[in-house]
Design a protein around this ligand. Sequence first.
Ligand code: SF4
Length: 354
Amino acid sequence: MIYLRPESITTKRLMSLLGILGVIISGTMELRFQPLGRWLEGHFGSPTYRVALDAGSTCPNRDGSKGFGGCVYCDVEGSGTGALRTGQDLSEQLEQGLKRVSRRQQHAGGAHGAIAYFQSYSNTYVETARLKEVLRVVEPHLGGQVVAVSVASRPDTLPDECLDILEELSQRVEVWLELGLEAADDDLLIKIGRMHTVDEFYEASERAAARGIGVVGHAILGLPGDDREGAQRTAEVLAASQVWGVKVHHLMVLKRTILEGWWRQGDVETLSPEVYVEWLADFIERLHPDQIVHRVTGESPPEKLLAPHWEVSKNWVREQLTRTLALRGTEQGSKCTTKAPPLFARESRPPIRG
Ligand code: SF4
């Protein structure tokens, strides 16, 4: 038996080659996780693209109800496009976005659907009349280009009256609700200014899923004070919640955020792409096999990004994730301890495997 020292370069190369070989043998399209793109094609029968919308809401972390300045990593646009500030009203934003989707359709020569994505701030942190007014913008496009509506919110800004409105809309179009968990640690959630608890996340995801709404949970790996075990715990909480979709990305330091100050003082370290992929593989292994992975990496406009400056593409992250899982002989759900799939997946799971 040949013993290979794990730290030797030859061993690393050999292991990498074996991983690549494993990917090739098992088929290059075998991703070892459930990506959203494949789910969308299986569900809607065509490629589907997001149209990001800014409804000009706010959130309790910014207006003083819970805090000022926002979550430490969030910029003044509320993690969104900031389109409303530039004077573009909601219907204009949607019309322009749908035109962009149509142009893609012409290039590709097939039908493309669109997801109207109310991205910025917390969209259910408004009067019900305002939420109705905001959502009304999609009405002319239902049954046409808009095949799903996705609404970003927070676990602690989800009154029943808002869920009533979303549930009513879900009778006519697929509705998703995006909720940030970010990290499964109450102390850390206070430190990074989230100002909600893990239990509130569980409860909000259950209430929304019970209404037939697809809940998408967010996670950030590498938050200050978090570590590899923390990333694993976050995946375990997501797997045990009623989250149907998962978005995960690495910590990014953006200009005009609280994090910028911490980073300039040398108090924040960001992950290298190689380390991120290892943590990401741990994370994916602990998700439920029926959860849909909407995103495995993040990106930010270059003019806003302070760190990290990765010289790798989104595809590189996906490929390395697949290789790492192949090398480990694992896949999404390999280390999941939650048996039951989330409610929404049970109801609407399309035939996407294989
Ligand atoms: S809750 Fe969302 S919008 Fe509000 S500060 Fe945090 S990330 Fe930004």
